[in-house]
Design a binder for this molecule. Sequence first.
Ligand code: CP
Ligand code: NVA
Length: 299
Amino acid sequence: MAKVRSLTSINDLSKRDVEDILGVAKQIDEGKAKTLKGSPLLALFFEKQSTRTRMSFEAAMHRLGGSSIYLDATTTQFSRGESVEDTTRTLSLYTDIIAARLYSHDNIVRMARSTSVPVINALTDLEHPCQALSDIYTIKKLKGLRNIKVAFVGDIAANTANSLMLACTKLGVKVALVGPSAVKPSRLYLSRARKQGSVDVFNDIKKGLSGADVVYTDVFVSMGEEAERKKRLQEFKGYEVSKKAISYARKDAIFMHCLPAHRGVEVSADVIDGKQSVVWEQARNKMIIEQAILAWLLG
Ligand code: CP
Ligand code: NVA
């Protein structure tokens, strides 16, 4: 089986690769539409819920001149124990590229190892690389990437934080992870990110947000963690991005959230719906970056 390029982690990409994808995205954003040869077919294999990622991939493929088929993984033989390898082999017989949203990160790695077509990680428990690429595109567009500090507040152990810190440090953007002492960032992702650049960890929200150009948060209870909801909400008390919290950042700081958002939990309504918020531009850019990723992987 010929080796194909996949995107399971930000670390599958070199700095040059990320810059190339951002470059393709910029062209698409400027209206220089891309059309893929041969009307390729994308399989969307999702074990978890999604609004933006699913829709942006479907819209992206449509705009590139291809098409997509959505498969709810919970209705497939995979959910009854068919192996990742046999599932992937089957999907790749019928389609040209696969985007999968899975619980286990290990499964996306196994998918990428057993495929004859590119595999894209559309979120696992450990990473959300397409989100990070999209977010770095948004940050570049609105702030530039020179001498920038991104402060991620809240669940600093989650998939979004892991991929964002890898993407930022790859491009020379300083990162502050700001969260409660009970929630530790992944040692593996922290050490990978620190090999590329600067990541500081803070429990003190004021210190962590000081000088930040971007204030970013994600849900406190990720998909799959619902049983721990009560305990987690208790642990994250004091880490809501409120008007007061964002006032510790630079005056011109922007607020970002990958969405879905919970007003009054990880962010206050006056911040997410306020002047500093760029969450809708951020969500829109997912469709731009998904087009760029598909075009880049399918050549
Ligand atoms: N940001 C994001 O991945 O949103 P969805 O879960 O709606 O796809
Ligand atoms: N950390 C969140 C991201 C949702 C887009 C989750 O995994 O549910």
